[in-house]
Design a protein around this ligand. Structure first.
Ligand SMILES: [Zn+2]
Length: 323
């Protein structure tokens, strides 16, 4: 009797499942939409209204190529624990807009039209507009550094400024290094990076201010010199009321690999040893002060804290809020 009932039940349910999956069976009339979450996220830092604008994803190929000094077995083991593939290693690009009251400030600007790291980037302008911010409203652009994935959203392919009313703020060391004509010839990715920096930075030359370590760039935004990834890489401490918030830029790229192993060299570091020293120093500070922060390349929207974990550190994402 029990077997008979079970057989009847299976027959009945398999019929239901089959009819639900059949096209035209009448249970799924609405078309699938195919889009994901909006490419922006808004949150407060004291009185500042902050909006993270995604420029989309970068495809960096195999993680083994990006961390050449690390053991492939260790990379594979960490990424397996995170349910991530070794290849492709995908990194987000989280640009940050700060409405500080008197000014609208954009930190970093993505890949623009450059497809060096795939076709899922270059979405800054579209996502800005979706977030209700027009390029003409941006008063200031602050760069962490002059790499191709941070400065390429500034100027359109035809040379037109994407942000016609904006002043540019960045370190002189990075401006001089990455716009240096002599570096247009050479090996590896450097010539392409220099070409992109020259295309995007030189048109802003007459509206450029250099930032200096520990000095206020704009009200509530203080530069922290964090060299190594590039010669003039700069992080920014943002303060409003009694709240502080850290924009680390590219002091760290991968949230799983480089927190556990902050000493690892990253392929695009200009000075990998200095980058590691800087990373550990900034992680120490952020962990000790329990600073909320944003990582440009962390999983969207890129907000979290750093805590000490064993010999290294750990990234703890801040849950997104709605309403
Ligand atoms: Zn970057």
């Amino acid at each position: 009797m029990a077997n008979l009932n079970r057989r009847h039940f299976l027959a009945a349910t398999s019929g239901l499942v089959a009819s639900a999956l059949l096209p035209g069976a009448g249970l799924a009339r609405a078309p699938q939409i195919g889009t994901t979450i909006p490419g922006w996220y808004r949150f407060p830092i004291g009185d500042i209204e902050a909006t993270i604008i995604s420029d989309g994803l970068l495809n960096l190929g195999s993680a083994n190529d990006q961390f050449p000094a690390a053991s492939p077995d260790t990379i594979a083991s960490i990424l397996k624990d995170e349910f991530l593939p070794v290849s492709p290693m995908m990194l987000e690009q989280n640009c940050l807009v700060l409405n500080i009251g008197e000014r609208v400030v954009l930190l970093d600007s993505g890949m623009g039209r450059d497809a060096m790291f795939g076709d899922q980037s270059g979405r800054l302008l579209g996502n800005l507009s979706a977030a209700g911010i027009e390029p003409g409203q941006v008063d200031d652009i602050v760069l962490t550094h002059a790499h191709i994935d941070h400065c390429s959203g500034l100027v359109a392919a035809d040379g037109t400024l994407n942000f016609p009313n904006a002043q540019l703020h960045m370190s002189q060391a990075d401006f001089d290094f990455w716009t240096d004509e002599a570096k247009l010839s050479g090996e590896g990715s450097q010539p392409a990076f220099v070409k992109a920096a020259r295309h995007n930075l030189l048109p802003y030359r007459d509206r450029l201010t250099f930032v200096t370590d520990k000095a206020e760039v704009l009200p509530g935004i203080t530069a922290i010199s964090t060299p190594g990834h590039t010669v003039g890489h700069t992080s920014y401490l943002i303060s409003s009321g009694n709240q502080s918030f850290l924009n680390v830029g590219d002091v760290v790229h991968h949230y799983a690999l480089l927190f556990e192993n902050p000493g690892w060299a990253f392929a695009y570091d200009t000075d990998p040893n200095q980058a590691a020293e800087t990373r550990i120093k900034l992680f120490d500070m952020a962990a000790a002060e329990q600073l909320p922060l944003i990582g440009y390349h962390f999983p969207f929207p890129g907000l979290g804290h750093i805590r000490r974990e064993g010999q290294g550190f750990e990234y703890v994402p801040i849950p997104v809020r709605h309403g």
